[in-house]
Design a protein around this ligand. Structure first.
Ligand code: FAD
Ligand code: NAP
Length: 313
């Protein structure tokens, strides 16, 4: 049965940006509805230790997100498990359709849909995805106890995943296309000190190979980015950690975007190209992409929405 709900503020997304917007919009007495999406808690639910959330030396990502959800709820935010499949920003009230059949109408919308893992785009990567190829070490690392693993990428995610995977793997090879990592120095230091990790510079995955029955990975063929030479690395697990792309599909034809899909906001604010629509977190940010910066933008979006609604009445 289809159902219809109206709210002053609809928050789409349940990462640090969405939940912080939920806390602030609730405290502004706006009775917000927050729709969680397919990944309640967002990207931090796919990691282990978070060591840069101020006030807590170390906390597990999923625990931090459960705390944020409880905080938003305690302040009065209504949290709904649903996925927005369609969003119409052409007229007000704005209309969002949920996968559950519910239609949400809202006077203001806060977009906090974050980002999704990028893939290399190789046919053999696609073939073995879920059968040896993964983008989430915390989800799948346990399957590779005592096995050899490769990780692709040179950012914080790749280095953290390589370090985490040494808890299970007999050996981890980090494959990077350059000879310099863009990860933080503290992580690089841990990487170089870890005897289970070998770094392969100037290489890219050319092909993932394995068995068909049962479907499973046996290794990767890697290509030297300068010489083109192909070599073989045996591995049971292949973890792709080459960054994330903004989840802007819902609004890509409705809002101004920048840097290949990030939602544009006016400098120093969370206002998008449509009045009443605000954007926060990794969805708008190609530069910092941190939990704390996303939370900060979630706060700004709720304050911007409050001001927008107050000016109207
Ligand atoms: P996200 O966390 O990406 O959440 C997006 C939300 O939107 C999700 O809840 C999703 O379900 C929802 N959504 C998407 N589409 C829809 C839809 N159609 N309908 C409804 N909801 C939808 N940052 C740090 O500061 N410290 C760290 O230690 C750290 N570690 C990390 C480790 C890993 C492995 C990764 C991948 C990232 C890490 N980051 C870390 C970065 C941090 O996770 C992100 O910057 C942050 O989560 C972004 O928050 P966000 O709220 O913008 O979006
Ligand atoms: P990222 O910083 O964008 O790094 C992506 C890496 O993948 C880069 O090294 C890049 O190589 C490589 N790459 C991209 N496309 C590739 C391709 N097609 N083939 C091979 N390699 C490819 O992404 P991220 O590591 O996921 O981090 C995203 C954001 O989350 C960052 O802001 C990061 O700081 C944050 N984060 C923070 C933490 C933390 O604070 N502890 C942990 C994880 C993530 P080049 O270097 O050559 O471009």
């Amino acid at each position: 049965m289809s159902d219809s709900r109206h709210t002053k503020v609809l928050i789409i997304g349940s990462g640090p940006a969405g939940y912080t917007a939920g806390v602030y919009a609730s405290r502004a007495m706006l009775s917000p509805i927050l729709v969680q999406g397919m990944e309640p808690g967002g990207q931090l639910t796919t990691t282990t230790e978070v060591e840069n959330w101020p006030g807590v030396n170390e906390i597990q990502g999923p625990e931090l997100m459960v705390n944020m959800e409880a905080h938003a709820k305690a302040m009065g935010c209504e949290i709904i498990m649903d996925i927005i499949t369609d969003l119409d920003l052409s007229k007000r009230p704005f209309t969002a359709k949920g996968d559950s059949g519910t239609t949400y109408t809202a006077d203001a919308v806060i977009l906090a849909t974050g980002a999704k893992a990028k893939w290399l785009g190789l046919p053999t990567e696609e073939k073995f995805r879920g059968f040896g190829v993964s983008a989430c070490a915390t989800c799948d690392g346990f399957f590779y106890r005592g096995q050899e693993i490769v990780v692709v990428g040179g950012g914080n995610t790749a280095v953290e995943e390589a370090l985490f995977l040494t808890n299970f793997a007999s050996k981890v090879t980090l494959i990077h296309r350059r000879d310099e990592l863009r990860a933080e120095k503290i992580l690089i230091d841990r990487l170089t000190k870890n005897p289970k990790i070998e770094t392969l510079w100037f290489h890219e995955i050319h092909e993932v190979y394995g068995t068909d029955s049962p479907l499973g990975v046996e290794g990767v063929k890697v290509k030297h980015t300068k010489t083109g030479e192909i070599t073989d690395i045996p591995a049971k697990g292949v973890f792709i950690a080459i960054g994330h792309a903004p989840a802007s599909e819902l609004v890509k034809d409705q809002l101004e975007l920048h840097n290949g899909g990030y939602v544009s906001v006016k400098p120093g604010s969370t206002e998008t190209s449509i009045p009443g629509v605000f954007a926060a977190g990794d969805l708008t940010d190609h530069k910092y992409r941190q939990a704390i910066t996303s939370a900060g933008m979630g706060c700004m979006a709720a304050l911007d929405a409050e001001r927008f609604l107050a000016e109207e009445h």
